[in-house]
Design a binder for this molecule. Structure first.
Ligand SMILES: [Zn+2]
Length: 141
């Protein structure tokens, strides 16, 4: 059965290519079709095999190795070969969404809508919540 893409399919694909983490609802708002339509189109594109996978795009600059701090050679290799070997000695270098300081093993997490924000401590989380109260509330509705 031949399958041709229409404007909705193309808008959906372009949106997902830019950022595959988006929910159907976010895409629906972005491309202005209903959520069930987005879901149906997405499933169809998967079923027909055009969308083979939605894979994450990593910020390789965030990865450091516990044993050696220099990952530069891995990074340059990764950029060239488009692949990186992930291992347990690596960790994701995160910074606090409030004070921008380093976030250690156990971040303080704030969840709203389908977002998560990470903080170095509970007071940063509280301060962030205060600062962005309006935005968090509007996104949660
Ligand atoms: Zn902080």
């Amino acid at each position: 059965m031949p399958f041709s893409l229409d404007n909705i399919d193309i808008a959906l694909l372009e949106s997902l290519i830019k950022d595959g983490r988006k929910s159907f609802r976010q895409i629906s708002r972005e491309i202005k079709v209903t959520t069930p339509t987005v879901k149906a189109r997405y499933e169809r594109l998967v079923n027909i095999g055009l969308i083979k996978a939605v894979s994450p795009v990593l910020d390789l600059g965030m990865l450091e190795n516990r044993t050696s701090t220099k990952l530069d050679h891995i990074r340059s290799k990764a950029i060239k070969g488009h692949e990186i070997k992930l291992d347990k000695n690596m960790f994701v270098r995160m910074s606090c969404d409030y004070c921008k300081g380093p976030v250690h093993e156990k971040p303080s997490i704030l969840k709203f809508a389908n977002l998560e924000r990470f903080f170095c401590c509970t007071s940063c989380r509280t301060l962030y919540k205060e600062k962005y109260k309006g935005r968090i509330e509007s996104l949660s509705n």
